[in-house]
Design a protein around this ligand. Structure first.
Ligand code: ADP
Length: 333
């Protein structure tokens, strides 16, 4: 199964109101054209600024939800520069706009779907933040400076397991959304305490579904929602000192992700080594990248002329992710 890639263009902000748009669309085509050179990219979905949250969810996430309830692992990766709409689209921020995003919609539809299917099921949630190479369990934050003892192992079937991460059991959409909010508050608090910005960290919100089918088979599926750190180049942020170190480190995670994507997507030659171990981010997400997961990359971009270079970089990055093929199977316990 091939990875799916969506691109979403946010509206111009008030500050950008005087600028020109560097992006154009062909109506009803998943194609996007950028810049004076008119470079075109074709994705699985291309959402213009007029696309609302409901449309984005319905077209790109609903099919994943159905497969998830059938027992398949799923991942959505939001990629793009800071301010391009990743958190807004994923709905894992604290502002009111976030309530219309993908995760809150997913939570409502998941419980509706489970009620329809009437299988015996249990839902669990975890919420991790990866900052530099430090992992923070947002549902079980440890004291400042103490790293979380999370280890990453492979089980007998070769699936990646996160050991030491708190998985909270939930039985209603409200409980799940409360944990989402609790984790989002912990993420903001951590960034304020440590004088850092959450746009430099990766957040992974996961929903784990365990089901017992009528014939007694037990299956587990995981859905990871990943709000990646801002992809902007360090030079542009004028970072110095610690900030520069953070920037470099975060770029290392995204760079490693890019290298994994390239190796997996290189259909012209058989690449045997995929550099998952080059960063914690790629190791954590190993199953989601060319492994046992149906994956959607949601590339978020700004249409403003001033962001042209970053927008083009994001489109190129997303374009590489199109060639990845995953081997998707149901996980039986
Ligand atoms: P990021 O997470 O990529 O840093 P945000 O999601 O915080 O970016 O978005 C930056 C700002 O733009 C926020 O104020 C957000 O509400 C707004 N925004 C982003 N995408 C859209 C959209 N599609 N429609 C309306 N406003 C948006």
């Amino acid at each position: 199964m091939r990875n799916r890639v969506a691109v979403r263009v946010r509206p111009l902000t008030e500050q950008e109101a005087q600028q020109h748009c560097c992006i154009s669309f062909i109506p009803d085509q998943p194609q996007i054209t950028v810049g004076h050179e008119q470079r075109s990219f074709t994705f699985d979905y291309a959402y213009p600024p007029s696309s609302d949250q409901h449309h984005v969810y319905d077209t790109s996430i609903t099919p994943l939800l159905h497969k998830f309830v059938d027992g398949y692992n799923s991942t959505v990766l939001a990629y793009g520069q800071t301010g391009s709409g990743k958190t807004y689209s994923m709905g894992i921020g604290l502002d009111s706009a976030s309530s219309g995003g993908i995760v809150p919609r997913f939570v409502e539809s998941l419980f509706t779907e489970l009620a329809k299917r009437q299988t015996s099921s249990k839902v669990y949630v975890s919420f991790l933040e990866l900052y530099n190479e430090d992992l923070v369990d947002l549902l079980n934050p440890v004291k400042r400076g103490e790293g979380l003892q999370v280890s990453i192992r492979e089980d007998v079937q070769g699936n990646i397991c996160w050991v030491g991460v708190r998985e909270e059991s939930v039985s209603t959409p409200q409980q799940l959304l409360e944990l989402l909010q609790k984790g989002s508050i912990a993420r903001t608090t951590a960034s304020t305490d440590m004088n850092r910005t959450s746009s430099r960290s990766h957040a992974i919100f996961s929903v784990i579904l365990k089901q017992s089918l009528e014939d007694g088979t037990r299956i587990t599926s995981k859905f990871h929602f990943v709000d990646l750190a801002g992809s902007e180049r360090l030079k542009r942020t004028n970072a110095v000192g610690d900030r520069a170190k953070e920037g470099i480190s975060i770029n290392t995670g995204l760079l490693a992700l890019g290298n994994v994507i390239s190796a997996l997507g290189d259909v012209s030659r058989k690449v045997s080594h995929i550099p998952y171990r080059d960063s914690k981010l790629t190791r954590l997400l190993q199953d989601s990248l060319g492994g046992n997961s149906q994956t959607l990359m949601l590339a978020c971009v700004s249409p403003a002329d001033s962001n042209y270079t970053e927008t083009l970089n994001t489109l190129k990055y997303a374009n590489r992710a199109r060639n990845i093929r995953n081997r998707v199977v149901v996980n039986q316990d």
